[in-house]
Design a protein around this ligand. Structure first.
Ligand code: AG3
Length: 283
């Protein structure tokens, strides 16, 4: 570290490593009923949101995560019309979902309204589509929402959560996956952020086992870079009530909206399975 400079650091105690970003100011800090939220201005990453000491979103690199949490699943489902986003309070996933003209309804179910209010102030780009008539923003517990929802009522569920500790812990267990499965229509797909393949392999292994144990027919993981998160290498995991093999490649190729990372070739490449990963899926 250079003397006289200010850094935000997230330490990864289980992985003997840390990530630092040079900051110019702390813009906001508050304790909500659910978590501690901090907002920083940084030298190169733009604004930064931190929850309970963990990096969540930066202006510079959030497009990688938000595009990959949305477009792969939406171009895998044959005809996604209704989408729920569990978590995702910064609205970055919502914005990407609404780029799909076929989506008729997108409901974001975020437990902590303060995440969204702060995103509106500090990450206006991510919230640019919040006024879309197809969008609905709810500030309630996503686990309860899924429990209360009718059978066969949604095409795609996107779980855009924090790490599987604290408020997000209950989004990584079999009871939650069973409720998601029940709410999904026959072609329905669940996609969940699934942490780092390098740092959190046991979690990934357990997610696949638990999703299949809940009754999902197929599961698969895809990979993408994310500088801001532990190890810089991140993943999403999909669970299909039916098949996950229906990539609508012509639609992805002909998409009428702009992306900065996602395209048809990136989609295919993201699903290439590394050798060590194949080994955990067989286990
Ligand atoms: N959700 C995944 C954040 C995980 C970061 N973990 C960490 N820094 N230890 C981000 C929400 C973006 N919508």
């Amino acid at each position: 570290m250079q003397a006289g400079k200010n850094w935000f650091t997230e330490v990864y105690p289980h992985n003997g490593s840390a990530l630092s970003l040079e900051i110019t100011a702390k813009l906001h800090e508050e304790q909500t009923p659910f978590q501690r939220i901090e907002i920083y201005d940084t030298v190169w990453f733009g604004k930064l949101m931190v929850i309970d000491g963990c990096t969540m979103v930066s202006d510079r690199d959030n497009f990688l995560y938000h595009e990959m949490m949305t477009h792969p699943v939406l171009f895998t489902h044959p005809n996604p019309k209704t989408v729920w986003i569990i978590g995702g309070g910064d609205c970055g996933s919502l914005k990407e979902v609404l780029k799909h003209p076929g989506v008729e309804s997108a409901v974001q179910i975020e437990i902590d309204e303060r995440v969204t209010r702060l995103a509106e102030t500090y990450f206006p780009d991510l919230c640019a589509s919040n006024g879309d008539p197809r969008a609905q923003l709810l500030f309630i517990d996503g686990i309860q929402w899924v429990k209360d929802a009718p059978d066969n009522s949604v095409d795609v569920i996107i779980v855009d959560s924090t790490d599987p500790v604290g408020p997000a812990e209950g989004l990584f267990n079999q009871a939650f996956y069973q409720q998601c499965l029940r709410c999904l229509r026959p072609d329905g797909i669940l996609v969940q952020q699934s942490e780092s393949p390098l740092f959190h392999l046991p979690l990934l292994e357990s997610m696949h086992r638990t999703m299949r144990g809940a009754g999902f027919a197929q599961t698969t993981t895809f990979f993408f870079p994310q500088f801001l998160y532990p190890s810089g290498w991140w993943s999403g995991t999909m669970a299909g009530k039916g098949s996950l093999e229906g990539f609508r490649d012509a639609d992805a190729r002909g998409k009428a909206f702009a992306t900065r990372y996602y395209n048809e070739a990136v989609h295919r490449a993201a699903f290439a399975q590394p050798e060590f990963f194949k080994a955990i899926l067989g286990a």
